[in-house]
Write a protein that binds this ligand. Structure first.
Ligand code: NCD
Length: 328
């Protein structure tokens, strides 16, 4: 594994390995000795966090995943404070970052920039891995990983993701998390997806074509209440109004696409509710206390999964797996 620009780099073996490693890191870190062992693994490695689009969870979980493994990090979060304002090209800026660090984690408002950065790295003598932390409306591969991990954990006693029916709800058109997660479902057997979205924000044809090509069954509906009893999981997303060009989200009635106490009564007892966060009104805060609400756990899983990713990128995954019994 080198660049992580989109979900194509993952296969089932790698997904299962990363989930196992995530659990081991999460467990080892619980004891002081274990946390110190992890922190001593990569003290000579440095990471650059280049986030020119707002981020709370992804930035903090990437940064803290670095800290878990002893990786030191530097950041640019505002393009106004980088030499891009002096007219430096994107490529020259990325090349400059790569001169100082061993990995670049990046988020941009537009699609395609992580791929451009990776192509540049592949053409220079000292390339460093590029990790896409969200590329416009397109992809968010590391979020999809932590979502897979959260689903696998939630379905631990019922055989994992294989065979499950997973609802994805909200702004599916512009939500990069669902676009990446839907793609990863090709690695799980007999998964059925149910897309629940207002007409104007349905899943885009490119993702549907991908699902068709890989034989993943999906249906589309606008009737949440009818479909809730059959779902093993519902992955809720917010309206991505920052991508509006003509205020199009303000005209949409989101009420039929929300989870509140009433919807909980329609869900199975062993179902789970996920959300990449931040949330708007699509999940009522009263849902938080329900044992089926997984989004706060999902958020924390993000740090452990990203630590697993850095450990894999820097070649210490096996060392962690071998040492784990010492901290049990
Ligand atoms: C998501 C994102 O940025 O795409 N947030 C996140 O990374 N946890 C989802 C969103 O902003 O709606």
């Amino acid at each position: 594994m080198f660049h992580i620009v989109n979900t194509d780099v993952f296969d089932r073996v790698l997904l299962d390995d990363l989930c196992r490693l995530t659990t081991v890191i999460r467990t080892v870190a619980k004891s002081d000795d274990g946390a110190r062992f992890l922190k001593d693994l990569l003290p000579t490695r440095r990471a650059m966090l280049y986030f020119t689009q707002p981020s709370t969870r992804t930035f903090l979980s990437m940064n803290n995943a670095c800290h878990v493994l002893g990786i030191r990090s530097s950041e640019i979060r505002d393009p106004e404070v980088s030499s891009e304002v002096k007219g430096e090209t994107f490529e020259d800026s990325i090349r400059t970052f790569s001169s100082y660090v061993d990995v670049i984690v990046m988020r941009t408002p537009e699609a395609g920039y992580a791929a451009r950065a990776a192509a540049l790295m592949d053409s220079i003598p000292r390339p460093v891995p590029i990790i896409n932390a969200g590329s416009g409306k397109d992809q968010h591969p590391t979020q999809a990983l932590l979502d897979v991990y959260t689903l696998e954990r939630s379905f631990e006693s019922t055989g994992g993701i294989d065979g499950k029916t997973i609802g994805m709800m909200g702004d599916l058109k512009r939500g990069r998390t669902v676009r990446s997660l839907a793609r990863l479902m090709r690695h799980y057997r007999d998964v059925r997806l149910v897309f629940i979205a207002p007409e104007a924000f349905e899943m885009e044809p490119d993702v549907k074509a991908f699902l068709d090509e890989h034989g993943i069954v999906y249906t589309e509906t606008r009737r949440l209440h009818e479909t809730l009893p059959e779902l093993d999981a519902v992955y809720v997303t917010r309206m991505q109004s920052e991508h509006d060009v003509d205020d199009e989200s303000s005209g949409v009635n989101l009420a039929p696409f929300t989870i509140g106490p009433l919807e909980l009564t329609m869900m199975r007892d062993d179902a789970c509710v996920l959300h990449p966060l931040p949330r708007g009104s699509e999940i009522h805060p009263d849902v938080d206390a329900d044992p089926r609400a997984m989004y706060w756990r999902q958020e924390r899983n993000g740090m452990w999964m990203r630590a697993a990713l850095f450990a894999s990128v820097f070649g210490v995954a096996q060392e962690i797996m071998d040492a784990a019994p010492r901290f049990a």
